[in-house]
Design a protein around this ligand. Structure first.
Ligand code: DC
Length: 222
């Protein structure tokens, strides 16, 4: 059984996917973290985010793999656990830039499909329902307004003791949406058979409960 959750940055996909996968006993696959690992590898090796040739070339020396500690995904780059380097806003924005490159997408596609073949998964990303797992038993398109997504991110950063500018956060979110939705390969888009969930005015628990009930309808045993 595979559950695909797609949607724009900051819609709450990973929070929800973690809750749903824990409840169902499935593995949570965070595909954004894989693109972030490619971005991190470029930064580490001084490769410019717009140098498509150098990025494509760098992939042959970048072994990206995923391991699980319980239900928690850890991302390895050439045997180094880089998970804790991937969450920064700058890495996310760069991931969105490198994600446009065909060689990057095809390398990660193989890894994503293999995980879904070998496990029951809740996989989140941008193109899971449309491209990675077109036969997923349940597809959800999780979204929220850019203002709500910016406010959530703002609150998270404030809770960490930072002093962010909410307008800058919203501007970055809108830019990232545009890049992810308008790229040539596997753009972010709701699959025809995906259920639209707008979380703007829902709590985390309400969204998780909604998706778990959709999963049960689709045949997931709880
Ligand atoms: O979900 P995230 O913020 O960790 O993703 C970071 C970037 O990676 C996102 O802006 C676009 C890219 N991405 C993608 O192109 N396809 C996916 N399935 C997941 C992420």
């Amino acid at each position: 059984m595979n559950i695909a959750i797609d949607g724009p940055a900051g819609a709450g996909k990973s929070t929800i996917a973690k809750l749903v996968s824990a409840k169902l006993g499935y593995i949570y696959v965070d595909t954004g973290a894989m693109f972030r690992a490619v971005a991190y590898n470029c930064t580490k090796n001084g490769i410019d985010k717009d140098d498509t040739a150098a990025i494509s070339e760098s992939l042959s020396k970048a072994d990206i793999s995923i391991k699980y500690v319980g239900n928690v995904q850890r991302v390895f780059l050439n045997d180094e656990d880089v998970t804790d380097h991937l969450r920064d806003e700058s890495v996310g924005n760069m991931a969105s830039v490198v994600a446009r490159i065909p060689a990057v997408r095809s390398k990660l596609l193989e890894l994503q499909r293999k995980l879904a073949r070998e496990n029951d998964v809740v996989m989140d990303g941008r193109d899971i329902g449309t491209c990675v797992l077109p036969d997923a038993e349940l597809k959800v398109y999780l979204t929220a307004s850019s203002a709500v997504r910016a406010k959530r991110r703002y609150d998270e950063l404030v809770a960490k003791g930072e002093t962010p500018d909410i307008d800058v956060i919203e501007k970055d979110i809108i830019e990232r949406d545009e890049r992810d939705m308008n790229r040539e390969i596997a753009p972010l888009k709701q699959a025809d058979d995906a259920v639209l969930v707008d979380s703007s005015y829902m709590t985390i628990d309400e969204v998780a409960a909604k998706i778990i009930s959709l999963a049960e309808e689709a045949g997931a045993g709880v």
